[in-house]
Design a protein around this ligand. Structure first.
Ligand code: AMP
Ligand code: ZN
Ligand code: FE
Ligand code: FE
Length: 282
């Protein structure tokens, strides 16, 4: 019998992934996964088409999302799991992010223009291709980076981040933000569990300590290409605080080509905890 594996962190074409919601479920099956949570940035749109495919392929799919938030001017990603999918509090925050991103993307495009790299909003959309335009709900920096490549301003998406639009670079803008507290309250109001995403990417221990004073339910301890000795640090912290230990690949498809779906995963016990939590709503 196959060992149970579930990837709890991945993105589709509804945000900045390159694989559609239907395809990602097929891919999960191909990769031998039994469980999955799709965690698109600030949208649950993927579930509209993924649920029926998961049902027909026998993949256990639990609701997920990755919200962007800000703590002391530092960007924090918060994973929400096992919430009531179309709960008004979730839908309202997703809508808020849509408005935030529209304004923020305009600021980034203005900064690019000032730096002699003009790109219009329409050019960003055009660079996505017809398949993606019809399903995308969250337009973010990776999409702008792709348009920069297409216009010949940079050679690769990675270069766009490294030189211009990565945090702290000359064309970076954080835009308006939602607080960690409000994001946690939203996830909890929808009956969900809130998890600190990829804590190792946060440069400052001070922020981690602050987050640990807040009502998080879990920490993402397992993450693709994170050395095992670093897993141990987060496992220890989660155990000390009595928090869930989640994990996933953060698969994006071609945007991060070296990270396959299932590159990081959790076993049956944590997945069942999330699944039971979800089922307890009904
Ligand atoms: P945004 O949500 O618009 O701020 O964009 C953040 C997203 O950009 C992340 O979730 C990653 O998917 C992607 N990203 C961040 N840094 C890089 C990078 N250096 N190369 C490629 N993609 C990146
Ligand atoms: Zn992303
Ligand atoms: Fe993230
Ligand atoms: Fe992610």
């Amino acid at each position: 019998m196959n060992t149970f594996r579930a990837d709890l962190h991945c993105h589709t074409t509804c945000s900045d992934g390159s694989v559609s919601p239907q395809e990602i479920v097929h891919l999960a099956k191909q990769m031998g996964l039994q469980g999955l949570s799709i965690t698109d940035h600030d949208t649950i749109e993927a579930y509209k088409s993924a649920i029926s495919v998961a049902g027909s392929l026998g993949i256990a799919l639990i609701p997920g999302i990755e919200f962007s938030a800000m703590q002391d001017n530092v960007s924090v990603h918060i994973l929400g799991y096992s919430f009531v999918l179309d709960h008004p509090s979730i839908l309202q925050l997703c809508e808020g992010h849509k408005v935030r991103r529209l304004k923020r993307n305009r600021i980034i495009l203005e900064l690019l223009s000032k730096n002699k790299m003009p790109i219009t909003e329409q050019e960003v959309l055009d660079s996505l291709g017809d398949d993606i335009i019809s399903v995308v709900h969250t337009i973010g920096r990776p999409h702008i980076a792709q348009a920069m490549v297409k216009k010949g301003y940079v050679a690769t998406v990675q270069d766009a981040f490294k030189e211009y639009i990565g945090e702290g670079r000359i064309c970076y803008a954080s835009g308006d933000s939602f607080s960690v507290d409000d994001t946690l309250a939203t996830i909890h109001a929808a009956g969900g569990l809130a998890v600190v995403a990829h804590p190792h990417l946060m440069k400052s221990d001070r922020i981690i300590n602050k987050l640990m004073e807040k009502p998080f339910d879990g920490i993402e301890c397992y993450y693709a290409r994170l050395p095992a000795n670093q897993h141990a640090r987060w496992i220890k912290l989660a155990q000390k605080k009595g928090l869930l230990m989640t994990g996933g690949s953060d698969f994006h498809g071609s945007i991060k080509p070296n990270i396959p779906l299932g590159a990081s995963w959790v076993g049956e016990e944590p997945f069942t905890t999330l699944q039971r939590h979800y089922e307890s709503h009904f």
